[in-house]
Design a protein. Structure first.
Length: 133
């Protein structure tokens, strides 16, 4: 009976793995990276109603980005599996750290995001009208 249980378990695992592959679940490769500012800008504009990009910065690890929009709007983007997750935040939620710019979204599920390798000077170039960052 144990061989039958083992074979059944193995078959179930293979079926679930096949379904995950078909649904493209759990991929964190190229599809989940932010390769260039234009990609981050497009993600923000598609996800946030009325968002119009004026500039974008991508972290050194390509795992997160900051996108500045018209009228003082800002979006943070991070990898979430095979997709990119986008949240609009206030500039006051963005602060400099040793690793890069830390965005404290205030959303427990989204969490805090560090855009590695960028600094205050980069942000000032991105959105020169800012005075509080």
């Amino acid at each position: 009976m144990t061989w039958l249980q083992l074979a059944g378990s193995l078959a179930a695992i293979l079926i679930l793995a096949g379904l995950a592959w078909l649904l493209k679940l759990g991929r964190a490769g190229h599809e989940g990276t932010i390769d260039e500012p234009d990609q981050a800008a497009e993600a923000a504009e598609q996800s946030l109603a009325g968002f119009r990009t004026i500039g974008a910065l991508v972290g050194d690890d390509r795992a997160a980005a900051l996108v500045a929009g018209e009228h003082g709007r800002v979006a943070v983007i991070k990898r979430h599996g095979a997709r990119l997750a986008v949240r609009e935040v206030r500039w006051e939620q963005v602060r400099a750290t040793h690793e890069g710019m830390l965005v404290e979204t205030g959303d427990r599920r989204f969490g805090a995001v560090t855009v590695t390798g960028i600094n205050v000077l980069d942000v000032r170039r991105l959105a020169p009208s800012l005075t509080s960052v």
